[in-house]
Design a protein around this ligand. Structure first.
Ligand code: ADP
Ligand code: MG
Length: 250
């Protein structure tokens, strides 16, 4: 098991009000899983991902990475765990603007003190996998949105993480580019055997899931979606939900 959460709870206090962003989430992800968590804006997706990524602290409950509870770890232990085991992708790509595609992917290896020749081989191999060898020396402002997200994808994998967490990775992409990026994420999930956990409100993304989980008001519910589930690519979220509901009922 790569990831487990036990009764994971996050409550924000805003003035006098309490916002129950996560309400006791029990969740588990296994090696190589491709999991999509789909839910509307405000349902708790980013909160969940940030807790799992050890970026934020829960109000209650526990996150376990490869069986290890993170609550007892020091700041430096947490930083190492994040660096060695977790890759992150965001809607806004989060590339470093002054670095080329090559250098952005290389950066985590630099931080780790990996020798230059090893870095070069690794980065070139990933650039090839995401189809960007020719763009290696371009900076982010010289890349399209889809290309930027492919650089970000390569960067998440450069440290051989156990788990890649992606927060709305298609959120800034048009639908055709979104499909291409998701197909590429799916292929790299299979090639590298890395667990991917993608949170999104985009129903198109559901199509790529081996396991589809819904999130509503801070609670997760598993669907019985088999790997063969095909979302209606032209459909909207409501149609997806109807499919899920009728599938569960049968
Ligand atoms: N830092 C914060 N302070 C207060 N409320 C927050 C904070 N972050 C998120 N929330 C609230 O928690 C709920 C879940 O938010 P979020 O996890 O960002 O949802 P999503 O990513 O699904 O849109 C929302 O009601 C949101 O307004
Ligand atoms: Mg969010």
């Amino acid at each position: 098991m790569v990831l487990k959460t036990e009764q994971l709870t996050k409550t924000y206090t805003v003035g006098q009000e309490q916002v129950h962003a996560l309400r006791g989430v029990d969740f588990q992800a296994d090696p190589g899983d491709f999991i999509v968590i789909n839910g509307p804006s405000g349902s708790g997706k980013t909160t969940f991902l940030n807790l799992v990524a050890c970026i934020d602290q829960p109000t209650a409950g526990e996150v376990l990475i490869e069986g290890q509870p993170i609550s007892g770890l020091s700041q430096s232990e947490l930083a190492n765990l994040r660096r060695d085991k977790i890759g992150l992708m965001f809607q806004s790509f989060n590339l470093i603007p002054v670095l080329t595609a090559f250098e952005n992917i290389e950066y985590p290896l630099l931080l780790k003190g990996v020798p230059k020749a090893v870095r070069r081989e690794k980065v070139l191999s990933l650039l090839e996998e995401v189809g960007l060898l020719k763009e290696a020396h371009r900076r982010p402002d010289q890349l399209s949105g889809g290309q930027k997200q492919r650089v970000a994808l390569a960067r998440t994998l450069v440290n051989d993480p156990k788990l890649v967490l992606a927060d709305e990775p298609t959120g800034n992409l048009d639908s055709k580019t979104s499909e291409r990026v998701m197909a590429m994420i799916q292929r790299l999930n299979q090639n590298h055997g890395v667990t991917f956990l993608v949170v999104t409100h985009d129903p198109m993304v559901n199509h790529y899931a081996d396991r589809l989980v819904l999130i509503r008001d801070g609670q997760l519910s598993e669907t019985d979606q088999p790997a063969t589930f095909k979302a209606d690519l032209n459909g909207n979220q409501r149609e997806d939900e109807e499919y899920v509901v009728s599938n569960r009922a049968s």
